[in-house]
Ligand binder design. Structure first.
Ligand SMILES: [Zn+2]
Length: 507
């Protein structure tokens, strides 16, 4: 999943999210009229489906490969920045895995990221006035290098990112290094508030931007845009303690900072989504899509985010193929690139497959790590509850028959481009006790992944995908544009969607 601006998540943090789960989309969706090819009866599962799912879950729990997939991806390939050589290796490897499972239509679909980015050497920096103090700092993702001599200027703290407040600081900010933190954004953490404010701040002639990272010395990878473009000024994250020191020193300005960053940047690089499928036995044109993002940040090896999700997708493919009983509908497996830079790969897929979206019965995305799953995030689609209740007997024994109705993570993973175009969406809902300690950090490595939990989650993803693909009746309605907008309005996300849509983030 994505993080965002100033080290804060764009939506409330996980703990708050749990408290906020009561905030649901109150609208009861009526749904669109089905097309001719779609079944109209209520969603049900046959006895034959249940038998197949018993075998499927048994295979994944007793003979699971997900841990081996994740270990290879994390340890043998390593971090997978979108557009990097490692990403390309991961795509070739994943394609090879699908081929070895004898899946159909195994191929890649390329899209172009505005820039590929990766750090060349570690950044260095220090406070040079009023004292001499080395800073713990890292370049922000998709930010440019400094000039060879580095950047040096007085630091100006930005207490409020409101446009009027920024304008009031205009003279101070020109030629300065701006420092922002979570407090600068107040309560407005949605994309439609944060990104325009950041753009405005950068337009005020600042030399560079400092944003909060983790504790001193902890690299927390992140980007401060949602497009895969390179930001106009150098931007670095600094340790929490360094940030607090600078804020204390700023009681008696000036505080002067010097830093140096060298990043490797290549414009317009092709990035591959990896696609494969098991073609349906009765309704091959109807699709259940199972997806996860193949890209990761560079601080760790992306074992959790999102090596675990990729492993669940591969494992679902392996398990369903091993049944030799293809479900009624096609199950399509897609590994996306560019998720961390703004859902770029999934948005490209949705643009490219627009004509087919009405035939996608459901999109299942795994991107919440691999602690034991509790069930599925409905992501605003409360109309999926009845169909999911049909799966309760299958998922209950795996501890995953619950649903989360909140919409805090509505735009934070690869389901969003599909969901905003009417496709019923589900995101795996897992425990998140370890999630923040690993998320986008150097600690996101294979040793933190618990094999039995990952096997369990892979079984839950595979069982859910197979049940929906083999079920009778449609899992959820494909929604028309006006129905999506009504849903977004009911959960107070319409402004944010309109901003992301207008800026071509969400198709
Ligand atoms: Zn992720």
């Amino acid at each position: 999943m994505r993080r965002s601006v100033s080290g804060a998540k764009r939506r409330p943090r996980r703990g708050e999210a749990r408290r906020a789960l009561g905030i649901v989309c109150a609208l009861l969706l009526s749904g669109s009229a089905p097309t001719d090819a779609q079944e109209t009866q209520n969603f049900t599962i046959s006895a034959e489906s249940r038998d197949a799912i018993r075998l499927l879950v048994g295979e994944l729990l007793v003979n699971g490969h997900s841990s081996a997939y994740d270990e290879y991806l994390a340890d043998r390939i390593g971090p997978r920045l979108s557009g990097s050589a490692n990403y390309a290796r991961a795509a070739i490897w994943a394609q090879g895995q699908f081929e070895s499972l004898r899946l159909s239509q195994v191929h890649t679909e390329n899209w172009t990221i505005p820039a590929a980015w990766q750090p060349k050497t570690p950044a260095t920096g220090r406070i040079v006035k009023p004292s001499n103090h080395e800073l713990h700092l890292y370049s922000v993702g998709w930010a440019p290098s400094t000039p060879p001599q580095g950047v040096e200027a007085d630091v100006v703290y930005v207490p409020s990112m409101d446009i009027a407040a920024l304008n009031a600081q205009k003279t101070q900010l020109a030629g300065a290094i701006a420092l922002i933190d979570t407090a600068s954004f107040g309560a407005g953490h949605s994309a439609d508030k944060m990104f325009p404010a950041l753009q405005h701040l950068r337009s005020l002639g600042i030399k560079a931007l400092l944003v909060p990272g983790g504790a001193n010395g902890t690299e927390v990878s992140d980007a401060q845009n949602f497009s895969g473009d390179i930001d106009p000024v150098p931007e670095v994250q600094i340790g929490t303690e360094d940030l607090l020191l600078i804020k204390r020193l700023l009681r008696q300005p000036p505080v002067r900072v010097h830093f140096w960053v060298a990043n490797s940047i290549r414009p317009k690089v092709p990035v591959a989504n990896v696609v494969a499928q098991i073609t349906g036995s009765e309704l091959p044109d109807q699709i259940v899509l199972v997806g996860a993002h193949l890209d990761s940040w560079q601080a760790g090896t992306g074992a959790q985010d999102n090596g675990t999700g990729v492993s669940m997708v591969l494992e679902a493919a392996r398990g369903i193929a091993a049944l030799h009983r293809p479900p009624r509908r096609t199950v399509r497996f897609v590994l996306f690139g560019g998720e961390e830079q703004g859902l770029l790969g999934s948005a490209a897929y949705v643009r490219e497959h627009k004509a087919e979206l009405q035939n996608i019965d459901a999109v299942l995305v795994a991107d919440s790590g691999s602690e034991p799953a509790k069930g599925w995030y409905l992501m605003g689609r409360d109309d999926e509850k009845d169909a999911l209740a049909v799966l309760k007997p299958l998922l209950g024994g795996l501890g995953a028959d619950d649903v989360a109705s909140g919409t805090d993570f509505l735009f934070q993973s690869d389901h969003a481009p599909f969901e905003m175009n009417g496709v019923p969406s589900l995101v795996l809902w897992t425990a998140t006790d370890k999630y923040e300690a690993l998320h986008h950090k150097a600690s996101d490595t294979f040793d933190s992944v618990v094999q039995k939990d990952l096997s369990l989650d892979a079984a839950i993803v595979a069982a859910t995908a197979y049940a929906i693909a083999d079920g009778h009746g449609r899992f959820g309605p494909y929604l028309k544009e006006e129905e999506i907008r009504a849903m977004l309005k009911a959960c107070d996300h319409l402004d944010e969607f309109e901003y992301l849509h207008a800026n071509a983030v969400l198709p």
